[in-house]
Design a protein around this ligand. Structure first.
Ligand SMILES: O=C(O)CCC(=O)C(=O)O
Length: 289
């Protein structure tokens, strides 16, 4: 869906929203090279340090030599900033309906020796025939520079337009942990860069053949009528949500979906009302419902 009815976000005037939108439409991905500042990169590393070095993925998709830290938005200011940056939102406004939601939000640390991740597209769990518009838009942010050696994401430019049969053929030609068949690229980008890509674009994390870990994060944003991957109402304590911006609170789902202002209601009220400590849930009241 073209979100041209969305209000224009106040991204800096120098930011080339149209250029990014065009690359997303044609190639299925685009890169914002200077997305994070050096200070944000340092804050990300500091904020993530207590959570890393502990855990490994539970299956080959999560990555058995990969650590994933979910719901990072509740873990510090920098994670909030990179989730609601106006440059990114200005791009998303052009692809998703107003009141779109944050769907996935986690750090991905790929350790040396990790194999190539299975090729996939991120909104494959929305069961509508392909080709179709993306129901979600994904991002992957480099905290360490991405290289072909350390697991830079494998991507198939233009594959967001492919029908199912062509995707399946690619799956059959995928052997020995290496992508084959069609032309692919491996994301090479500096620390601090963000790649924005279509939820229907075929990709997968690359194998890490280097001797260092590759730290990154991924945020996905979905249409306001779609179910989100992570459940932020339950995953982020309300005291933390209260300290967030109105924009971010809306992205976490404390929002109503127009036109009827009914999807997301809490007992007939706007869901952001539950953030007021004085608000009594309608099911716990007597008298006025
Ligand atoms: O880490 C990457 O490069 C991509 C990860 C990915 O595509 C995923 O986990 O869905």
């Amino acid at each position: 869906m073209d979100g041209s009815q969305n209000p224009t976000r106040r991204a800096p005037a120098s930011f080339d929203v149209d250029g990014h939108v065009e690359r997303l439409r044609v190639d299925g991905y685009t890169i914002i090279e200077d997305y994070m500042t050096p200070a944000q990169l340092a804050a990300f590393r500091d904020g993530m340090a207590p959570h890393l070095g502990i855990y490994r993925g539970r299956n080959s998709f999560e990555g058995r030599a990969t650590e994933r830290v979910y719901t990072i938005v509740g873990r510090g200011k920098v994670f909030e900033e990179i989730t609601e940056d106006t440059r990114l939102l200005a791009i998303l406004d052009r692809f998703l309906m107003p009141h779109y939601l944050l769907s996935a939000n986690h750090a991905i640390c790929i350790h040396p020796g990790e194999a190539q991740q299975n090729l996939h597209y991120d909104d494959s769990f929305y069961p509508f025939p392909l080709p179709r518009s993306s129901i979600s838009i994904s991002t992957i942010g480099a905290i360490d520079a991405f290289t072909p050696e350390n697991g830079g994401t494998v991507m198939y430019p233009g594959s967001h337009l492919w029908p199912t049969e062509r995707r399946l053929a690619l799956g059959r030609s995928y052997e020995a942990g290496r992508p084959t068949g069609e032309d692919f690229i491996q994301l090479t980008m500096p620390a601090g860069a963000l790649c924005v890509f279509q939820g229907t674009l075929i990709h997968g994390a690359g194998a890490n053949r280097s001797d260092k870990s590759r730290l990154a994060y991924t945020n996905h944003y979905c249409e306001p009528w779609a179910r989100t991957q992570e459940n932020f109402y339950l995953g982020v304590p309300r005291e933390r949500v209260r300290g967030m911006s109105q924009t971010l609170i809306g992205l976490l789902g404390y929002d109503l979906r127009r036109p009827y202002d009914i999807m997301g209601q809490v007992g007939g009220y706007h869901p952001a009302k539950v953030l007021d400590p004085a608000f009594v849930l309608p099911v716990e009241r007597t008298g006025r419902p």
